[in-house]
Design a protein around this ligand. Structure first.
Ligand code: SAH
Length: 282
């Protein structure tokens, strides 16, 4: 669908995809080319900013990295979005993965609605789907699983105790976001609740980026990978489908262990130093 020109005072909540810059949608790139202001998350490839954003647009980094305590408060993001849109600017709020999966989109929608600001939502490839594809691990492979649950276990009270029994007995594929640091807890609870011994667990680091690494083992062999300090961002996939990685992987694990996405602090320091947050446009 063609995007009309001369749109003013509007916010586009757009997805950037999980890492590989080619996984952004054509529609999101069209909006980036027209944007006056881009408010970007941390988990967005720098290549997307340098390749698609209109060179005269202002890029503002509003990343979150809760465990590092460097997050941009949601109120500031809301205020930036509204102030620029009410000044007649076209604002693209760019989010990693898909816009609505484990994001703060609801806060942003509420504030846009209250402020009577027009908006559109552009979906994207969530990291679970990107990771599954780039790890050769079909999430609902016939004969293996008929459903996928997108979950998180970043703190223990998020999954009630009595739910683990159900999770341990289901044939569904479980994908945990924001849970690489708590993965041992997931394994312990599932084993304690009698998860079957054909269940595999995969931790997929920096999926779809050139630094992707996949660690997939039988859940009862988790000790083989438990000492790895998983690099952020990582996803945890539990289910029989995780074993398919060993048969169908088409991408080698990166030989380098370093971060693809910049930490929030570095980005914010850069943007504080410059009135406009410059990104290099190689
Ligand atoms: N909206 C995003 C999720 C944001 S929550 C999406 O749809 O993917 C952040 C979590 O997403 C991370 O902690 C990690 O679990 C996951 N994630 C995002 N990008 C990832 C990537 N490239 N590789 C692995 N996990 C990723």
């Amino acid at each position: 669908m063609a995007i009309p020109t001369n749109i003013q005072g509007k916010v586009i909540l757009a997805a950037a995809g999980p890492g590989d810059p080619d996984l952004i949608t054509v529609k999101a790139t069209r909006w980036l080319q027209q944007a006056d202001v881009v408010l970007t998350d941390r988990l967005v490839s720098n290549d997307i900013l340098t390749s698609y954003v209109n060179p005269s647009a202002e890029i503002i980094y509003v990343g979150k990295q809760c465990r590092k305590g460097n997050s941009t408060p949601q109120e500031i993001i809301n205020a930036l979005m509204c102030t620029h849109a009410l000044a007649g600017k076209l604002v693209v709020r760019l989010k990693g993965g898909d816009v609505s999966v484990f994001s703060n989109i609801l806060d942003e929608l509420q504030v846009l609605k209250e402020s009577n600001i027009a908006y559109e939502i552009v979906p994207g490839v969530t990291s679970a789907l990107g990771a599954a594809a780039y790890a050769g691990m079909p999430l609902t492979a016939r004969g293996y699983s008929t459903a996928v649950r997108l979950m998180t276990y970043y703190k223990s009270d998020i999954v009630p105790d009595d739910y683990w029994k159900e999770l341990a007995s289901t044939k569904d594929t479980l994908v945990f976001y924001m849970s690489a640091e708590t993965v041992e807890g997931i394994v312990t609870k599932l084993i304690r609740n009698g998860v079957s011994n054909d269940t595999f667990i995969a931790v997929i680091e920096q999926a779809t980026t050139p630094l992707q690494q996949v660690h997939a083992v039988n859940i009862y062999d988790f000790e083989k990978i438990q000492d790895i300090h998983f690099l952020s961002p990582s996803l945890v996939v539990v289910g029989r489908v995780a074993a398919l990685h060993h048969e169908f992987a088409w991408l080698k694990n990166s030989e380098e262990r370093k971060h693809y996405f910049k930490p929030v602090a570095t980005i914010q320091n850069n943007s504080n130093n410059n009135k406009k947050a410059h990104v290099s446009r190689a």
